[in-house]
Design a binder for this molecule. Structure first.
Ligand SMILES: [Zn+2]
Length: 344
């Protein structure tokens, strides 16, 4: 079903989601590991003593070229947001990265597969053009894309060469890393923490803020394998899960699966199959439309001098048919996962 022709209606007759369904995303406290629950802190500090699959996957650029062709592009329209205001989440990530908040352009982007828009905050000097950003974002499967509340694109490289990071439901990307491969990795972090939460809760043995990748179920999947998919996956189980996700998407959309890239894939097949079994129907919903949206209820923030006509924007999520997505409070406070910038 294409919702694109309905967009103008959605804009004109927008109805806000009932506040009962919507919870505000709390402010992140900071980036240090102190905010992690002790279990997550331990898990994040523990490297995986598994080799990389052999032969390894080809260069990420090979995957990127294929994903760009294989993931279905979605049409989009974007609306420039009111100048003088910034979504609070974008302001937070401007501050975290010591960037002047007045240097951001904000667009609300509607994709044809969702009645609710995505706020995208792009630094005016960002390497990636709006067109590149929105075309790429439009190829992210809607079942993943719907779990991001904001996308932030920066212009300056991270001092420690991160490519991107996710905090809660906000994905922030540094120059050169706005690629489908990196986005698959970052969205997988959100799925790991949020969408798979019921599996974590069922186990009844982990504190709030524990991701699925930090449970014994994921440990078992790794234990059944001889290897992990990439060198970066060896960082810890959380990063392993996200890189498994990155290649699992290729497995699902590349003709012949990941076996076409390397026969070494069997080395991490249990991990990949667990990821696919739990998330395939969520990432690629049958109707190919969004069913839920990550949502931020906090007021937009005025930045700099307001001009005449800079009316305060309505930060409300539009769309009557959507459930809003409730971010566990601990998620935005505790979760911060980065990705190296080299070879995005
Ligand atoms: Zn990561």
């Amino acid at each position: 079903m294409l919702l694109f022709p309905l967009l103008s209606t959605a804009l004109l007759f927008s109805t806000s989601i009932t506040s009962a369904l919507a919870l505000a995303l709390p402010a992140p406290r900071g980036l240090s590991a102190e905010n992690l629950n002790p279990h997550m802190a331990e898990v994040r500090a523990t490297r995986l003593e598994k080799p990389i699959i052999s032969p390894p996957f080809p260069d990420n650029r090979v995957q990127e070229k294929d994903l760009q062709k294989e993931l279905k592009p979605k049409r989009w329209v974007s609306m420039k947001w009111h100048s003088g205001y910034l979504p609070r989440m974008c302001l937070q990530h401007a501050e975290i990265n010591h960037v002047d908040p007045s240097k951001f352009e904000v667009r609300y982007v509607y994709f044809e597969d969702c009645v609710a828009p995505w706020p995208v905050c792009r630094h005016v000097n960002a390497k990636e053009s709006w067109r590149t950003i929105l075309q790429t974002l439009g190829k992210v499967p809607v079942g993943m894309r719907q779990y991001a509340s904001h996308i932030v694109i920066l212009a300056e490289p991270h001092p420690e060469h991160w490519g991107a990071y996710v905090m809660g439901t906000v994905i922030t990307v540094f120059p050169g890393s706005f690629t489908l491969g990196v986005l698959m990795h970052e969205f997988s972090h959100i799925l790991d923490l949020v969408v798979l939460q019921p599996y974590v809760a069922d186990l009844k043995e982990y504190p709030p803020g524990t991701s699925f990748s930090a449970t014994r179920q994921w440990a078992e999947a790794i234990g059944n394998d001889t290897a992990v998919p990439t060198d970066y996956a060896r960082t810890n189980v959380v990063e392993d899960f996200a890189d498994v996700g990155r290649w699992a998407i290729s497995d699902l959309v590349h003709r012949g699966g990941v076996g076409k890239y390397t026969r070494g894939w069997v080395g991490f097949k249990h991990q990949m199959y667990v990821y696919e079994r739990l998330l395939c129907n969520i990432i690629f919903p049958k109707k190919e439309v969004c069913t839920i949206r990550a949502y931020d209820t906090s007021d937009p923030v005025a930045i700099g001098e307001l001009q005449d006509g800079d009316a305060k924007p309505n930060g409300t999520l539009h769309g009557t048919m959507l459930n809003t997505f409730v971010v566990p409070p601990e998620a935005n406070e505790r979760i911060h996962m980065c990705y190296p910038g080299s070879g995005a």
